[in-house]
Design a protein around this ligand. Structure first.
Ligand code: ATP
Ligand code: MG
Length: 140
């Protein structure tokens, strides 16, 4: 299997609840190496741009408001099949449908306040990594 990198975010709900450390540990326990990590707060413009693909969806305005309500953690994770592996350990978008032991089952409140984000393709991962990090910040 290929070694990939993916962009992961711990969303404001999980940071505010004090679960960032547990979630980072969950990544490492599941074979994903943290090659970059920062705590930051998205501006409205940044949140709108990051989720621009959803701009036409009815939940878009609520989503960007949620994503700017407090700090997030952004990290680049590396490992075998990292994009799909990371999404599998996050669990389903709606925590009510997430498998036991997944991050969203453990820490998410509902389909919007769902604790974490993960890139959905290698191509999108590259763009999302560049959104947060310069090449020099990726300490493989
Ligand atoms: P993410 O992109 O954040 O990793 P995802 O790929 O599982 O999540 P998407 O369909 O890309 O899900 O939706 C992006 C985010 O928008 C979701 O994680 C969630 O926070 C929010 N969202 C998605 N669907 C809904 C909905 N029906 N109602 C409210 N919020 C939603
Ligand atoms: Mg998505």
């Amino acid at each position: 299997m290929a070694i990939e990198r993916t962009l992961s975010m711990i969303k404001p709900d999980a940071v505010a609840a004090g679960n960032a450390g547990n979630i980072l540990q969950h990544f490492e326990d599941n074979g994903l190496r943290i090659v970059a990590c920062k705590k930051t707060r998205l501006s409205l413009a940044q949140a709108q741009a990051f989720y621009a693909v959803h701009a036409a969806r009815p939940f878009y305005n609520d989503l960007v408001t949620f994503m700017t309500e407090g700090p997030i953690f952004a990290q680049v994770l590396e490992g075998e099949n990292a994009v799909a592996h990371h999404r599998s350990i996050m669990g389903a978008t709606n925590p009510a449908q997430a498998d036991e032991g997944t991050i969203r089952k453990l820490y998410a409140s509902n389909i919007e306040r769902n604790a974490c984000h993960g890139s959905d393709s290698v191509e999108n991962a590259a763009g999302e990594i560049a959104f947060f990090f310069s090449g020099a910040e990726l300490l493989g």
